[in-house]
Design a protein around this ligand. Structure first.
Ligand code: SF4
Ligand code: SF4
Length: 374
C-alpha cells in the first residue's frame, strides 16, 4: 500500500530542511546510492518570483539538493520551461541564489530519447537526462490548471517533454482532456520518479497555472514514492474526490491508482479552494464536437489593458489560433482568436507573462452548465 507523508511546513529554512529530510527518510531516501546521479525536476514553468506561486519554491529545491548531497550523490536540477530561458527561470525564481556555493549542476532538458508507451501513443519522446537518471526526484507545485484542474505530481512530469514538443502534444491530444490525461500518465509510467515531494506551502488557486492564478497559503509538504497516491491525498485535502482529477482517473483506468493509501500525518484544513471550471461540455458524436467546442467550452480572452503584445501566446499556441490584428477605429493592435481553430488547451493562459489572458465562459456554455450541472 503506497504511503503518503503529510507535514505542515513554511518557507523558513531552519524548519523546512528537517521537515523535508524527514519526508525523504520516511520514503527510503537513505537508501540512495553514493555517487549516483540524481535528477531533481521542480516546476519551472516560467520566469517568476516565488511570491507568484508559479514555480517550486527555491528553499524546497535547496532542501532536495542538500538531501542528495548528504547521501554522497550528485544532484542535477533540470526542466524544460514552457516560457523564457532556463537560466532566466532559475534567476527570477531565486533558485540560482538559494543554491549558490552548493556543488549542484543545472542542466536544461534538451535531448530526447524514445520510449515505448501504451495505445494510442505507442512511443514517447522524453528528456534523455530524466530517463537515464539513477534517481528522479519530482518536485511539483500545488497549483490549479485551467485545462487539467490541478497540476500535482503526475502532471509536473510533462516538463520532461522537451521544448516545442509540448505544444505539439497538446495539439495531438486536442480538446480531449481524457486523452491528454492518459498521455500524462504514460509519461509518469515511463519516468517512474523515485520520490515526489509536493510544494503546497504557497499554492495557487483560481485560473492557474500561470500569472492569472491566485497564490493561496496552505502550508503543507506532501511526499510519496507514488505520485498517483500523492495526487489522491492532495485532492482529499482540497475537498474533491480523486476521480474529479483527470490524471487520477486515467491512472485508475490504466490500473495505476492504489486501492488504499497509508497516510502519515494530518493535512491542513483547506476551505473553499477555488478551482477552474473544467466540466466537459463536449459530448455526443464526434461530428458535433467542433460546434460544441466553439459555442460552449470556455475560451481564452485577453484583457486589452494588460496585454503588451509581447507575442509569447501566439508563438506558443499549438493550433496557431492567435494573431495580432490592427483595430482600425482605435489605430492599435489587439489580439484576435480564431475560435474555430482553438483547441481549448489554455497554453496561452499558462504562458502569458503578464496575466492578460483568462479562460472565460461563453453565454451558451454558462446556460448549458446550469442545465447539466457540469
Ligand atoms: S496576451 Fe500575454 S502573451 Fe499574449 S501578447 Fe498579450 S501580453 Fe503577450
Ligand atoms: S488560443 Fe490558447 S487555448 Fe486556443 S489553442 Fe491556442 S494556446 Fe490553446
Amino acid at each position: 500500500m503506497p504511503q503518503v507523508i503529510i507535514r505542515k511546513a513554511e518557507y523558513d529554512y531552519r524548519t523546512l530542511r528537517p521537515v523535508f529530510f524527514g519526508i525523504m527518510d520516511a520514503l527510503g531516501g537513505q537508501g540512495m546510492a553514493r555517487n549516483c546521479r540524481v535528477v531533481i525536476k521542480p516546476n519551472l514553468l516560467a520566469p517568476a518570483s516565488p511570491e507568484k506561486a508559479m514555480v517550486t519554491h527555491p528553499l524546497v529545491v535547496k532542501a532536495a539538493v542538500e538531501y542528495v548531497l548528504e547521501r554522497g550523490a550528485s544532484p542535477v536540477i533540470s526542466d524544460s520551461p514552457a516560457m523564457g530561458s532556463f537560466e532566466k527561470v532559475l534567476k527570477e525564481s531565486g533558485i540560482r541564489d538559494a543554491l549558490e556555493g552548493l556543488p549542484v549542476q543545472f542542466r536544461e532538458f534538451r535531448r530526447s530519447a524514445s520510449v515505448a508507451a501504451g495505445a494510442p501513443f505507442r512511443t514517447l519522446s522524453l528528456a534523455q537526462d530524466a530517463l537515464e537518471a539513477d534517481v528522479l526526484i519530482n518536485l511539483p507545485k500545488l497549483k490549479t490548471h485551467a485545462q487539467m484542474l490541478l497540476t500535482l505530481g503526475v502532471k509536473n512530469l510533462f516538463g520532461c517533454v522537451v521544448g516545442l514538443s509540448k505544444p505539439e502534444w497538446h495539439f495531438r491530444a486536442g480538446v480531449d482532456r481524457e486523452m491528454f490525461a492518459r498521455l500524462l500518465v504514460e509519461i509518469y509510467k515511463a519516468l517512474e520518479p523515485s520520490f515526489t515531494v509536493l510544494d503546497g506551502i504557497l499554492a495557487m488557486e483560481g485560473q492557474g497555472p500561470g500569472r492569472s492564478g491566485t497564490p493561496r497559503q496552505i502550508g503543507v509538504l506532501m511526499g510519496s514514492s507514488d505520485a498517483v497516491a500523492l495526487d489522491e491525498a492532495a485532492c482529499g485535502m482540497l475537498g474533491i474526490k480523486p476521480d474529479e482529477l483527470f490524471t487520477w482517473r486515467a491512472a485508475h483506468d490504466m490500473g495505476l491508482a492504489p486501492e488504499n493509501l497509508s497516510i502519515d500525518g494530518e493535512a491542513p484544513v483547506v476551505r473553499d479552494f477555488k478551482f477552474p471550471l473544467t466540466g466537459s461540455l463536449v459530448f455526443g458524436p464526434k461530428w458535433m464536437h467542433g460546434g460544441l467546442r466553439k459555442h460552449f467550452v470556455q475560451r481564452p480572452e485577453s484583457d486589452e489593458d494588460v496585454c503588451v503584445l509581447c507575442g509569447e501566446c501566439w508563438k506558443y499556441c499549438p493550433a496557431q489560433a492567435i494573431r495580432p490584428k490592427v483595430k482600425k477605429e482605435q489605430k492599435k493592435k489587439k489580439l484576435e482568436f480564431d475560435y474555430d481553430k482553438c483547441i481549448r488547451c489554455y497554453c496561452c493562459v499558462e504562458v502569458c507573462p503578464h496575466g492578460a489572458l483568462k479562460a472565460v465562459d461563453t453565454l451558451p456554455g454558462k446556460l448549458l452548465r446550469k442545465i447539466t450541472k457540469r
